[in-house]
Design a protein around this ligand. Structure first.
Ligand SMILES: N[C@@H](CCC(=O)N[C@@H](CS)C(=O)NCC(=O)O)C(=O)O
Length: 251
């Protein structure tokens, strides 16, 4: 019952994103070093930035900064002077930015080779949609809980609007677990089929998006979310199994 309610509000949050954060059109170029985003999963402004990362097919190192968190929050004030999120650091250019609209404009300018879509730049119904998504999740992914810091960051294959990946990112935020966000945005019609159905109706599925192709080569499957924990050698599909694992291992 709780799982069904959780999925329903996550699905409604996805609808509230109005189609953003699902598809990818590859960036003009990939950064050689990972972008670093100081973020809270439940923050509506951070969500707009993560939607743009999916659209641009840019991976990022996520440093979760939930309210009450002590791991990465102080670093943001030290690096940029404010405790405000999102905060982007680009080690490739040494750019450090606050303000979601400025970050999004920077990402399209630096990596997109195309202008930022208007919906991310205007304070409008789209920002309201992102607030709606946060409200639907009742404060999940916003407040710190006690968790252990792993030696190595985890790795999550995800796309922003996935209703299954969202609860995993929320828990990663709450436990302040740093993770490499690997984009899995959709680039072709077959990407839209749920994995179990696709395995039956399109057994010859060949993903064109780079992380989908890498995941297929690694595991023989393409499904979101997928977690890699280099600290324990654990690799998992299925959001419920990933949540259980994170709670047992790090809470
Ligand atoms: N105009 C800023 C607004 C950012 C903002 O208000 N972020 C909130 C989180 S949703 C924040 O940093 N709050 C301070 C805190 O959490 O300590 C933007 O678009 O990035």
């Amino acid at each position: 019952m709780r799982a069904a309610l959780d999925f329903s509000t996550s699905m409604l949050a996805t609808l509230s994103e109005q189609g953003r954060g699902v598809q990818s059109r590859a960036a003009g170029r990939q950064p050689s070093e990972l972008l670093e985003l100081y973020d809270m999963e439940g923050c509506p402004f951070c969500r707009l930035v993560r939607e743009a990362l999916t659209d641009l097919d840019l991976d990022a190192m996520i440093y979760p900064c939930p309210k009450g968190g002590t791991r990465f929050r102080p670093l943001v004030e030290k690096l940029g002077g404010l405790t405000q999120f999102p905060f982007l650091m680009d080690p490739n250019t040494d750019e450090a930015l606050y303000e979601s609209a400025d970050i999004i404009a920077y990402l399209y300018r630096e990596y997109g080779s195309r202008p930022a879509p208007r919906q991310w730049l205007t304070r409008s119904v789209h920002t309201a949609g992102s607030f709606g998504a946060s409200a639907l999740r009742h404060g999940r992914g916003l407040r710190a809980q006690d968790g252990q810091l792993p030696a190595e960051p985890l790795e999550l294959y995800s796309f922003e609007a996935s209703p299954f990946a969202r609860p995993v990112r929320e828990l990663l935020t709450e436990l302040e677990l740093p993770y490499i966000l690997r984009q899995m945005g959709r680039t072709q019609a077959a990407d839209w089929l749920l994995p179990a159905l696709r395995e039956r109706v399109a057994p010859d599925y060949v993903p064109t998006q780079r992380n989908r192709a890498a995941l297929l080569a690694r595991t023989g499957r393409v499904a979101v979310p997928y977690l890699i924990d280099p600290n324990t050698g654990t690799e998992l599909f299925e959001s419920a199994d990933i949540l259980r694992y994170l709670n047992e291992q790090y809470r």
